[in-house]
Design a protein around this ligand. Structure first.
Ligand SMILES: NC(=O)c1ccc[n+]([C@@H]2O[C@H](COP(=O)([O-])OP(=O)(O)OC[C@H]3O[C@@H](n4cnc5c(N)ncnc54)[C@H](OP(=O)(O)O)[C@@H]3O)[C@@H](O)[C@H]2O)c1
Ligand SMILES: *C1O[C@H](CO)[C@@H](O)[C@H](O)[C@H]1NC(C)=O
Ligand SMILES: *[C@@H]1O[C@H](CO)[C@@H](O)[C@H](O)[C@H]1NC(C)=O
Ligand SMILES: *[C@@H]1O[C@H](CO)[C@@H](O)[C@H](O)[C@H]1NC(C)=O
Length: 376
């Protein structure tokens, strides 16, 4: 009977995704410890928020079911990231770092963690959608079978748990030729346009629909952080890079902002919301135009791989197109490839939410566990 394995888990971030992850980690850990062929013991040995951390020098496990009160009672000031990397590297067992933050700073340090043999699983887009230099550094630092660096997985960085990253990687690695990627990559934009211009007709004014989305909690606290299109641009950057395009940054291709120019610099989000109605005319005109052609407006991202062109913005679609028929805040990703021909490989479903995003992270954690060497 093989010796049981022990793997130490360090979790950064305890927000919406982080809390769901911790509850999934708790049940995963119980299940793996019962595995009859190779029991694996997962220990949560560090938990961090932006200013505070829980850990101990002996790498003793933290009770996962009790993390909230432990975090309140026993936390110390957060270690600076280079010190955190040194600390984790001293662990007697392999360490997997779960990044549940949206921090650029944490993402900038992935290469450092990986080079110290620490694996990383993450829903944070910042490491993969920032500069191309960081992208290259991360994948150079990651183990590629040589057994030196840690492993890195980031399924949830695009479309939460929808299998977008892994599917694209499989297409590329098995030799298919990806020609075009197109879709609705933002739950917020999906909800907004499915309501502003439903395929069956109707829908309120643009500002009314933005207000509705905000009131339901579908937007960022300042809806301009959605309307500027940068969230979509970041996801498109990741998808484009996965098919081999050297995209310099999410600002190196055209991104259509839906924020009226006059309201870009308004300080207060409430003032922005109050004034948005004054600019409904432009969107109303586009809506009428699309309707007169029997089409609907949608906010999409697309990569034309052959022409090496990326674009984010409004497009018109026939009402029979799968993109027009999207419901609620669902995402859709269409991969047009040589093997799939005229009929693209389509992935569709919920692209946000703590639980489904955490599931993507937990799935990545399971992949890393399979790759880590068995105990001697
Ligand atoms: N929620 C979704 O539907 C979804 C979908 C796909 C991807 N994602 C991605 O998942 C990540 C987490 O999302 P979320 O909704 O859970 O965010 P969130 O609720 O804002 O939580 C972020 C957490 O990270 C912590 N944090 C920030 N900077 C840190 C640092 N330098 N070191 C340690 N901890 C730090 C915060 O600490 P404090 O508690 O101290 O503030 C907070 O606990 C984001 O990258 C997001 O883009 C989310
Ligand atoms: C945070 O943890 C949750 C659950 O543990 C996981 O689903 C989520 O993907 C993680 N987020 C990141 C950014 O790693
Ligand atoms: C962990 O915390 C839970 C909830 O407070 C408690 O019931 C359980 O006994 C604790 N486990 C250990 C090993 O201390
Ligand atoms: C793996 O690492 C070696 C040595 O650094 C490098 O030459 C090779 O290109 C890498 N392979 C991949 C697939 O990254």
């Amino acid at each position: 009977m093989p010796a049981p394995r022990q793997v130490n888990i360090a979790v950064l971030g305890a927000g919406g995704v982080g809390s769901c992850f911790l509850s999934q980690l708790s049940s995963l850990s119980a299940k793996l410890s019962q595995n009859p062929s190779t029991p694996t013991y997962l220990s949560l040995i560090l938990l961090s928020r932006s200013k505070t951390m829980v850990y101990n020098d002996a790498f003793k496990p933290i009770n996962i079911s009790d993390w909230k009160s432990i975090m309140e009672k026993n936390s110390k000031p957060a270690l600076p990231l280079p010190d955190l990397a040194d600390f984790l590297a001293m662990s007697p067992e392999k360490v997997v770092l779960v990044d549940n933050t949206s921090s650029q700073d944490v993402a900038d340090h992935y290469p450092m963690f990986l080079r110290k043999g620490i694996s990383v699983v993450t829903a944070n887009k910042k490491g993969f959608a920032g500069s191309y230099a960081l992208w290259q550094d991360i994948f150079r630092a990651a183990s590629n079978g040589t057994g030196q660096g840690g492993w890195i997985f980031h399924e949830s960085s695009v479309g939460a748990c929808l299998p977008t990253v892994s599917t694209l990687k499989d297409l590329v690695e098995t030799g298919d030729e990806v020609r075009k990627i197109e879709g609705v990559f933002s739950g917020t934009m999906s909800f907004l346009f499915n309501n502003f211009m439903p395929a069956g007709g109707g829908g309120g004014s643009f500002s009314q629909e933005v207000k509705k989305a905000k009131d339901l909690g579908y937007t960022e606290p300042d809806p301009r952080d959605d309307l500027n299109g940068m969230d979509v641009a970041r996801k498109l950057t990741i998808l484009g890079r996965l098919v081999g395009l050297e995209i310099e940054s999410p600002t190196s291709f055209p991104v259509q902002s839906l924020i009226p120019t006059a309201l870009e610099n308004v300080k207060d989000p409430n003032e922005f919301m109050a004034k948005l109605g004054g600019y409904d005319g432009e969107m109303e005109k586009l809506k009428k135009e699309a309707a007169s052609e029997g089409k609907v407006l949608r906010y999409v991202g697309s990569v034309d791989v052959e022409k090496k062109q990326c674009r984010v913005g409004l497009e018109k679609f026939d009402s029979s197109h799968p993109i027009s028929a999207l419901k609620g805040s669902d995402n859709i990703f269409s991969f047009y490839t040589k093997r799939y021909g005229e009929s693209p490989l389509v992935i569709q479903g919920a692209g946000a939410g703590g639980d489904v995003t955490a599931m993507g992270v937990t799935g990545d954690l399971i992949k890393v566990l399979r790759l880590l060497p068995q105990r001697q």
